[in-house]
Design a protein around this ligand. Structure first.
Ligand SMILES: [Zn+2]
Length: 253
């Protein structure tokens, strides 16, 4: 199984429009982060996790030719703003794209992209089939398990796909969800900044604690802000925990 990080940045992206947070730029390409999203490929399936504002650019940059399944973590704009650019995949694949997400995200997508749904849908607009169950399901050669976590008060789904556990935009993981990720080989986890604490995201030290608690042997952090300088922060982390960077590829046995 192949995981590609399409983006690893926080909601405003890195660098931020207008220059906020860019007081100390580096020449390190790993310090440029598009909005957090990932692409999982297996022998049988091409699965997209989140569809943010840079989705079209990310799909071109990484060469996404098919989307068999779309997993959306939650309704914040940095995770769904690229919905309209799924149109070309409907056009080529000539079928609806199955989409799994939380109940509140389903409502939000239907409200915000109302022209894609209902009797008055714009002909030729994006065609997705949204399911909201958190029950594990088999999709081609993937066992997919939604992972309920909290992003402040907002329920978010992480997803386990075979031996990959992917959790973004969380600052609380319940014991039940730790059980669901037990035995995974790779964990992806959000880690916004070193400090101070944030009401809806893990900081890097908090994410290190959560990663250790999971017992998963290989860990990648995503959803980082512009103050996280890759080379400097990586040195402070345990060996098995890496800061992910855009277009990084991880093979999962
Ligand atoms: Zn986000």
């Amino acid at each position: 199984m192949k995981l590609t990080f399409l983006g690893t940045g926080t909601s405003m992206g890195v660098p931020v429009a207008g220059g906020f947070g860019s007081e100390n730029p580096t020449n390190d390409s790993r310090d440029i982060r598009w909005r957090t999203s990932a692409w999982v490929q297996t022998d049988e399936a091409s699965i997209l996790i989140d569809v943010g504002p840079e989705f079209r650019l990310q799909s071109l940059r990484s060469g996404i030719r098919r989307i068999d399944l779309l997993l959306v973590t939650h309704e914040h704009t940095d995770h769904i703003a690229g919905m309209d650019d799924l149109r070309s995949y409907n056009y080529v694949q000539k079928q609806r794209i199955p989409l799994v997400t939380t109940p509140s995200c389903r409502s939000s997508i239907i409200r915000r992209f109302n022209y894609m749904f209902g009797p008055d849908r714009t002909p030729g607009s994006v065609d997705v089939d949204i399911k909201t169950s958190d029950a594990p399901f088999q999709f081609k050669d993937c066992m997919v398990t939604p992972l309920p976590v909290l992003h402040g008060d907002l329920p978010v789904y992480g997803y386990r796909i075979n031996d990959l556990a992917y959790i973004t935009d969380a600052n609380f993981i319940s014991d039940e969800t730790y059980e669901l990720i037990e035995g995974a080989k790779v964990l992806v986890l959000n880690a916004l900044r070193w400090s101070p604490e944030h009401p809806t995201h893990f900081t890097i030290p908090e994410a290190v604690e959560a990663a250790k608690k999971s017992g998963i042997p290989e860990v990648y952090f995503v959803h980082m802000n512009s103050y996280v300088k890759h080379a400097e922060i990586q040195k402070r982390l345990p060996d098995h925990i890496k800061l992910a960077y855009d277009q990084q590829v991880v093979m999962i046995p």
